[in-house]
Design a protein around this ligand. Sequence first.
Ligand code: NDP
Length: 503
Amino acid sequence: MKTTVERLQGSRQELFIDGQFVAPKRGEYVPSYDPTTGAPWYEFALAGAEDVDAAVRSAQAALKSNAWRRMTQTERGKLVRRLGELVLEHADELAQIECRDNGKLLKEMRAQMRAIPDSYLYFAGMADKLQGDTIPVNKLDMLNFNQREPIGVVAMIIPWNSPLMMLTGTLAPCLAIGNTVVVKPSEHASASTLALAELAIEAGIPPGVFNVVTGDGAVTGDALTCHPGVAKYVFTGSTGTGRKIASNAAQNLVPCQMELGGKSPHVVFSDVDIERAVNGVVSGIFAAAGQTCVAGSRCFVEAPIYERFVEALVERTRRVKVGHPMADDTDIGPLALAAQLAKVQHYVGSGVEQGARLAAGGRRPADPALAAGWYFEPTVLTQANNDMQFMRDEIFGPVVGVMPFTTEEELITLANDTEYGLASGIWTRDIDRAMRFARDIEAGTVWINTYRSAAYMSSNGGMKHSGYGRRGGFEVMREFSRLKNVVLDYSGAMQDPFVIRLR
Ligand code: NDP
């Protein structure tokens, strides 16, 4: 892989279409910014509608090419596995690229890049397990069966937080099943997806099977999600953008898979070990500076321990070290975008104005070494309630609102009082209570005495405005394939069509 942080610095990155890196037809490039300094560090191509069209056409041609269509499932699986092995071989470079592009911690990115290959291996194994079924119809000498086949060209739009991890969960099964793909990474973190394109060549993935069009959402993303040659859209991002894409998909009558925002409830009952629950809540909201879709941003604490819990949470929060994402002792790095920092500041201000108490954080760090970057201190707002704007909107930053509750019934009402339904967490030793919560909460994932514990073998996704469709596990085989019903009459005779036999 030629792409490294050193080579990216000051470089100009092209589009990846039909197995080659090519310049955008209009010759436009835009900068990507380093979140630790706010300075541009490389330029990437701005794909226009004509480039997107070329990428989709290449993916359509690849779908029909013998190189892909006539490849055995086992061979396809081996290619997907090989791509995963190459990610592992280049884990350190890829981790550095993502860290530089979106400001996430280098140690976290290293761990992620080393974990991603396992998921390629898992999905590679699906290549030869796409089974159909036989239907016993009420007719003699007739075989009626459903077979599963690839859907076609799948368009994937991914966000800037953990681009390769987000991409893997859909790209690996999509390829294993025999689809072809056009990816549009976020303009704020495109480099690792382009590096993956290089690895795709090395893995032997045929030209056109995997394409990357970089650019911004309004131009490149819109062109991709309006293109009539796409058979399915896979989107990860905000609920607002999800709505636009779903409406484009409606025009083309194609299905979508939507992984959208969240405002996840994180619940603490008074029977828990407070230190353990505090660690859970801190990791649920402050990991990745709160820039995770499952962030536990609304914390509900049972009234008898509310004061004690808040005190322990504030004390732990003050010990979270904000620093450079490449430093080993940093707990949280900068926000990925200047706009994200402004958004966080706005919501903290509005929370205080609406009556929440600022118990920790709430400002940019005082350290002059961090002054140029988009850093923000982990923030705890207490005396929060569901009417406050910061408790309703997804902030996507290191801000948690804490509020007390007294009964389970009240808790469920409060926790479900949100347009979102992505994830949830509960800390209690009472298993009956935990199971009642799991039954009643409107969220696609429920974590009991843990949080952010994700596995590619389980199927996850949202409810309500957090989206639809599932990722991970065997469910993806249904998501990325379509059924065809085949009927075979082996009686050797065609009945007289005008003779109707009554039973
Ligand atoms: P956006 O929805 O703005 O962007 C996500 C992706 O969509 C980016 O690639 C973006 O491109 C693209 N995009 C933007 N506008 C359009 C458009 N009109 N047509 C097609 N594509 C478009 O989200 P953010 O970048 O602000 O990311 C943060 C959001 O993503 C949060 O709300 C978060 O919850 C959500 N998210 C959800 C996850 C989940 O698994 N549920 C995971 C991660 C994030 P560009 O950036 O180039 O403009």
